[in-house]
Design a binder for this molecule. Structure first.
Ligand code: LLP
Length: 390
């Protein structure tokens, strides 16, 4: 314990430097994932006694081997689109459909139809869908996603509760939904809430469970309560590690108070963020008006999070990892947008030069899945560390 909080273990990539440099030589931008880190994170959640099932939110990272590794740890898989559902069955043809949870937002009717045909578990989050498409939902079991009235999370853009957010049935329509469902023979067997992403307070989830359990008691058909994902990771050097012990204790306590329901969590980031790094090759080093900039061959096209949320990712010069003579650099990409900045004021070796390999840390969640081809730049390559060269 240093400064009263758990010491963070050195990141896996520090021990894999040579292999990562070899991987970068095969072409950059390139994401590399360490499956051992994914498994270790998955196990740390599975070892939580009060949790009956974990789902992995595959939107965070849908690499087939990551899906297989997490499924092998006993997780269900949460999907937000038919494309994600198809991705699951392509990677895992034998996967039990009921262990796939479909949690769409404003999806077209045909995606609900297809999900029921596949036998996956379907979540609904508005009454209008029931009213417009009764034939799709009649006599079906569903989970209901509730908006508990407030959003949480690391940035305004990832908060998914409250009037400003498009997600979830507001409490004001709860009774009407339950009534409409009864009329159609729709059985509400699950209640669901996901209030946002990157939530620091470990007691957030117990509060969600308590609120949903209160509602479930009034419905009578509910078996399962899904308290969402949103577990954070420590991106900055100053951030404390998420207090998993406090999180577990809170869940154990609330589960004991409402033991009737199966308790489900559905994290994405927590399982995969630290497993991935983005490797870039340095293109140019330029000084302008007192700011020293280093360009990577990928920027916001390869990793959107800094441009979209001002998100912080550690950036290291893998070619000169032990060079202690550092100066502040702004790290930018090759895209024609002023928002194409991966980091500002970052200490990097003064000697940083064209052809060096930059490593962007904690890029395993919402990295590759949000990459795009703006400016006609190619998507990054992806590989699993354990595979060696692809
Ligand atoms: N369940 C639902 C219904 C969700 O919408 C999400 C994420 C999750 C679970 C998983 O959340 P997680 O455990 O990963 O926080 N692109 C943003 C995050 C967007 C999250 C969208 N929904 C970012 O890079 O921070």
């Amino acid at each position: 314990i240093a400064h009263g909080r758990p010491v963070r273990a050195p990141a896996w990539w520090r021990g894999a430097r040579e292999r990562l440099l070899d991987a970068a030589a095969a072409g950059t931008p390139r994401y590399v994932y360490d499956l051992d880190t994914v498994r270790e994170r998955a196990r740390s959640l599975r070892q939580t006694e009060s949790i009956d099932r974990c789902y992995y939110a595959i939107k965070a990272n849908a690499h087939p081997q990551i899906l297989r590794a997490i499924a092998a740890e006993g997780f269900g898989l949460e999907c937000v689109s038919l494309g994600e559902i198809e991705r699951v069955f392509a990677a895992l043809p034998q996967f039990e459909p009921a262990r796939v949870l479909f949690t769409p937002s404003f999806a077209p009717k045909r995606e609900y139809v297809a999900a029921f045909e596949r036998g996956v578990t379907v979540t609904l989050d508005n009454i209008e869908a029931l009213q417009r498409w009764p034939e799709v939902f009649r006599d079906r079991p569903i989970w209901l996603r509730i908006d508990l009235g407030h959003g949480e999370g690391h940035h305004e853009k990832v908060r998914t509760g409250g009037a400003a957010a498009k997600f979830g049935l507001p409490m004001s329509r709860f009774d009407a939904f339950v009534e409409q469902a009864r009329r159609l023979g729709v059985r509400i067997v699950g209640l669901h809430a996901h209030l946002g992403s990157g939530i620091d307070d470990p007691q957030h989830w117990r509060g969600v469970y308590a609120q949903l359990a209160g509602l479930a008691d009034g419905i009578g058909t509910v078996e399962t309560i899904d308290i969402g994902g949103g577990l954070p990771i420590a991106y900055t050097p100053e951030a404390a590690e998420f207090d998993l012990a406090a999180w577990r204790a809170g869940l154990a306590e609330i589960k004991a108070a409402y033991p009737r329901y199966g308790l489900i969590v559905e994290p994405g980031r927590y399982l995969v963020a630290e497993s991935g790094v983005l490797l870039l090759s340095t293109t140019q080093v330029v000084e302008k008006d007192g700011i020293r900039r280093v360009g990577g061959d990928g920027g916001m096209n390869a990793l959107m999070r800094p441009a979209m949320y001002e998100a912080y990712h550690g950036i290291h010069n893998l070619s000169r990892l032990d060079d202690a003579d550092t100066v502040a650099f702004e790290v930018v990409g090759p895209i024609c947008e002023s928002s194409d900045v991966l980091g500002r004021g970052r200490p990097l070796p003064r000697a940083t030069a064209e052809g060096d390999v930059l490593l962007v840390a904690d890029a395993g969640a919402y990295g590759m899945v949000m990459a795009h081809t703006y400016n006609q730049r190619a998507l990054p390559a992806e590989q699993i560390l354990q595979e060696g060269d692809l």
